[in-house]
Ligand binder design. Sequence first.
Ligand SMILES: Nc1ncnc2c1ncn2[C@@H]1O[C@H](COP(=O)(O)OP(=O)(O)OP(=O)(O)O)[C@@H](O)[C@H]1O
Ligand SMILES: [Mg+2]
Length: 220
Amino acid sequence: MVLEVSGVEKRYFKLGREIGALKGVSLAVEPGRIVAVRGPSGSGKTTLLLIAGGLLRPDSGKVALDGSDIFGLPPEGRAALRSRSIGFVFQQYHLVPYLSVLDNIRLPALAMPTPDAMGRAKSLVERMGLSERARHTPSELSVGERQRVALARAMFNKPQFILADEPTGNLDDRNTEMVLNCLSEHTAGGGAVLMVTHDARAMKAAHVVYILEDGSLRAA
Ligand SMILES: Nc1ncnc2c1ncn2[C@@H]1O[C@H](COP(=O)(O)OP(=O)(O)OP(=O)(O)O)[C@@H](O)[C@H]1O
Ligand SMILES: [Mg+2]
């Protein structure tokens, strides 16, 4: 599958003022590719990721998975497609505060049960180096540990696309490498990644790097 964003525009309105977040952005995320986007704070990176993931409707333009317009689907259809095909790592993680690490990771299985949800969650906990933290809740974790839980949750359903907002933003060298290895393995297996990053190592791992500035995208 190919994820295509074409001619996307998005404006926010706040207190009577208009903020042009995206001014006609197009990009394609192909199988086997890591696509990175960098740019100054407030340039629209998170907005672009949310739109590409079908979580925020653009004012104009299109987001298509293998040619089919995901915002043309009814909300339930779009949610089902998202949960099958897209794993999202949010900039603020959005972990459920009262659930353990294990339960946060297998959260997608609550919406769509899988036969061995617990086994899959446990193997991801191990892969992320969080075995000692499996029963902790997010407030009992370091920021970097929360970040790894968020990535594990995004990977849980084995989606084709991982969309990640600064996935190495709070990690030390060893964990940065581990996360980048996870993303590279994901693409080696035919998956694809669209990530926002400022990390030089993450950009090096990417096949394509774009710069988003003032709502417009250009090649780095
Ligand atoms: N829900 C909203 N309502 C109004 N304005 C918003 C909203 N979300 C974002 N904005 C504004 O739109 C612009 C783009 O925001 P966005 O979060 O996409 O930036 P970003 O590039 O991800 O920044 P950062 O690097 O700080 O995370 C900013 O000026 C922001 O203040
Ligand atoms: Mg952001």
